[in-house]
Each structure stands twice: as structure tokens, then as C-alpha cells.
Design a binder for this molecule. Structure first.
Ligand code: NAP
Length: 256
């Protein structure tokens, strides 16, 4: 892991959806590893500021920044802000993602499908595009790393729960593979992590806060994962220790 650096020289890492869950764990670990973290969130400024304050108390450098990643103008403003900081933009963790109430495809409205894809797919594409524009060596950048947060749902399909969400994560896997090949010569590595059932508030968003308990027996390791266990894989992919790794998708799913 990198040593702690002063904020004025620190490489800048943008983490979308950093106000809670996996994104917050990624922010904490990245700040410990010496990044100046730009913690993006959608609406919960109190939670975002809490995470940021906790990181600062541990000696880390972090800035919370609101932006809806599904909106192009907000994404470009987020990256303009990040590029105005002292250090070079060196990484992006495309973490923000949503799901909605569990239901079969037969009952899904077009509006719901659009909402899921707007955040999970369009938002991740827009952030990846901006990261490439800032990090590509041919554009004056210094190279860097993108880590996309996919889901084991991309492999499993999430029948009777959220096939729309699973399909949006399938798109993230394809984007990871394709973009990694496009930008390898620019000094940018692009990888993904596919978490399984992780203990966060996301399951409540799907209408079932106790989902982890219900599915526990289907997980070979016999438990849900912790956000920190996903963050460790992300930190490794961001680091120089993963210097020969691009286009890879790592399952952090307890064997599921
Ligand atoms: P979470 O607890 O629901 O947190 C979601 C985060 O995304 C929040 O910080 C939220 O901000 C932010 N967000 C939502 N929409 C946004 C938008 N349009 N623009 C900017 N930020 C937005 O989620 P999580 O469980 O930590 O999941 C994080 C990622 O891991 C997601 O991509 C998810 O699909 C993936 N994943 C999770 C699991 C799991 O079991 N938890 C499994 C597989 C994959 P606010 O707080 O401001 O609303």
C-alpha cells in the first residue's frame, strides 16, 4: 500500500456513492492509502460529511461533493472540481448504484427500467469517460486506474427480484472489458469487482432489509460480506500491486 502523502501532492481518487456502504468503506481505505479522496454522493449530505469527518480524524484527506451521476452536466462539474485540486486525477471507483422494489420483469414499468439504467449504466459510463479524459497520457494525464463495482447479480440474473438491476451490472462487466482494451495504451487500467450479498442498506431499498438472513444458506462461506471486504479488493486493483491486471472482474461473493 502507498504511504500517507501530504494532500497537496496526493493523487486524487473519485469515489461515487461514498456516503455509505461499500463506497464509504472504499473512501476510508483509499484515504489511509494516501489518496486525496473526492467522496461523491447523491442527496444525503449529512452522511457524506460524517464519513468525511471520520476520515479526517484518522489523518486522511477527503472532500465530499454532491452530484447526480446520471446527469452529464453534474458529472463534468464533479470532475472539473476534482481536477482543480492539487494532485493529478489518478483513479475512479464507479460505485454508485441503485435497485428498486423486488418484482418480476412482467410487472416492470419503462420508467423504472430507465431509472436503473440511468444511474447504474449511463452514470458509470459518464464517470468513466470523464476519468479517461483526465487521466489519458495522450491528453496530458498521468494514467491511472478505474474500478467498476458490478455485482454477482450480473452472473446470476436475480430472477423474481431485480433482473433490471442484474442486467445493468452485466453492462458494467462488458464496459469493463471493452474500455480496458481501449485505454490500456493510455496508461489506464480498468477492472471490476463483483460483490455478492454485502451487509449494507441497499437491501432495504429493494424492500427487504432482512434479505441477507434469508439467503444466508445459499452462500458457500455461510454469511454475508462486509463492505470492508469489498473495499480491500478495490484497493488492490487501484494499487501498483495490480499493475498487470486490466479487464479483470474479481468476485467477492463468498463463493456464490
Ligand atoms: P447503498 O448502501 O445503497 O449506497 C448507495 C450509494 O450510492 C449512496 O452513497 C448514494 O448516495 C449513492 N447514489 C445513489 N444514486 C446516486 C446517483 N445518481 N449519483 C450519485 N450517487 C448516488 O449501496 P451499497 O450496498 O454500498 O452498494 C454500492 C455498490 O455496490 C452499488 O453499485 C451496488 O450495486 C453494488 N453492490 C452491492 C451489493 C450489496 O449486497 N450491498 C452487492 C453487489 C453489488 P446518497 O446516500 O446521497 O443517497
Amino acid at each position: 500500500m502507498n504511504k500517507k502523502r501530504e494532500s497537496d501532492r496526493a493523487p486524487v481518487l473519485i469515489v461515487t456513492g461514498g456516503s455509505r456502504g461499500i463506497g464509504a468503506a472504499v473512501c476510508r481505505e483509499a484515504a489511509q492509502n494516501g489518496y486525496l479522496v473526492v467522496l461523491n454522493y447523491l442527496s444525503n449530505s449529512a452522511r457524506a460529511e460524517n464519513v468525511a469527518e471520520e476520515v479526517r480524524q484518522q489523518g486522511g484527506h477527503i472532500i465530499a461533493k454532491q452530484a447526480d451521476i446520471s446527469k452529464e452536466r453534474e458529472v463534468t462539474k464533479l470532475f472539473d472540481h476534482a481536477s482543480s485540486l492539487q494532485g493529478p486525477i489518478s483513479g475512479l471507483v464507479n460505485n454508485a448504484g441503485i435497485l428498486e422494489d423486488q418484482m418480476d420483469v412482467v410487472d416492470m414499468t419503462a420508467e423504472r427500467i430507465d431509472r436503473i439504467f440511468a444511474t447504474n449504466v449511463r452514470g458509470s459510463f459518464l464517470c468513466a469517460r470523464e476519468a479517461v479524459r483526465h487521466m489519458a497520457k495522450s491528453r496530458g494525464g498521468q494514467g491511472g486506474a478505474i474500478v467498476n463495482i458490478s455485482s454477482a447479480a450480473a452472473r446470476l440474473g436475480s430472477p423474481h427480484e431485480y433482473v433490471d438491476y442484474a442486467a445493468s451490472k452485466g453492462a458494467i462487466d462488458s464496459m469493463t472489458v471493452g474500455l480496458s482494451k481501449e485505454v490500456a495504451a493510455e496508461g489506464i487500467r480498468v477492472n471490476a469487482v463483483r460483490p455478492g450479498f454485502i451487509d449494507t442498506e441497499m437491501h432495504a431499498s429493494g424492500g427487504e432489509p432482512g434479505r441477507l438472513e434469508r439467503v444466508r444458506s445459499s452462500i458457500p462461506l455461510g454469511r454475508g460480506g462486509r463492505a470492508e471486504e469489498v473495499a480491500s479488493a478495490v484497493a488492490w486493483l487501484l494499487s501498483e500491486k495490480a499493475s498487470y491486471c486490466t479487464g479483470a472482474i474479481i468476485d467477492v461473493s463468498g463463493g456464490r
